[in-house]
Design a protein around this ligand. Sequence first.
Ligand code: SD4
Length: 317
Amino acid sequence: MLNRRRFLTLSSLTALSPDLFALSPDRAAPAPLVVSTWNQPKANAAAEAVLKQGKRALDAVEAGVRVPEADPNDTSVGYGGLPDRDGRVTLDACIMDEKGNAGSVTYLENIMHPISVARAVMEKTPHVMLSGEGALAFALSQGFKKEKLLTASSEKAWREWLKTAKYEPKVNIERHDTIGMLAIDSKGDLSGACTTSGLAYKMNGRVGDSPIIGAGLFVDNEIGGACATGLGELVMRTCGSFLVVELMRQGRTPQQACEEAAKRIVGKQEYKDIQVGFLAVNRQGQVGAYSIQPGFNYTVSQNGLTQVLEAKSFLNK
Ligand code: SD4
């Protein structure tokens, strides 16, 4: 359960910065830390509970992102996700551990927890990514159950959309909950996870950045981790999360690295109506976040304190 007194809301905290969180000297392990894209205190609480048991960051990020995956009211992840234009809920997810191992599923249907299937791909197959029917067959072979993920309200929203069938992903301007999560455990090791149902009313077959290692997520235990949210096409074209980690490797802080990666997109693409947000943490426990449009927030939890913070952005309100 989230400790209410320790959970501070965005409205009371926009003035605070992530530097509030402990920054340990180089190479010393910071206190266990969980960060996630968007307003995800429940997911962070689930991840923190796992870290408290002394488990790996990998276990924490998996447990954390399973929370929105199972939430029927979260319309951009897992169960309850808005469908593609043909009415199919197709899920993308990936996971990466402290050893650089990675697993991913794309275009997965009828499985509530794609992140756990991605982990199984990482741990039980010689591959990194499984897709579509093959991913589903693998999931079933591992004991995952087939479930209907299209909820009545998401189906209703889709049928409403069909009346005009106008595809205009005004990302972020609507609420987005695709979750990218990064965690540092008590040993100082890092892992990350990212999971989504992708853009509402996308073309059938479309896969976004979220399950692509280096685009939606990248972790290098020596340096730090990064994840992305927003219009995946722009993140994929710039290998966004890999870029953020590489910039940190070259000496940028997580904040500077996120800003540089977002500005690369702005320099090359039409960005006026679209959103991309990056979130990063380095292995010293410093956190950074930046987006193109205002309105991207992220959740940071450490030492039992959870904050939802608004990222700085390229465009102002
Ligand atoms: C995608 N990046 O499929 C995802 C969507 C997203 O917040 O992050 N929404 O392109």
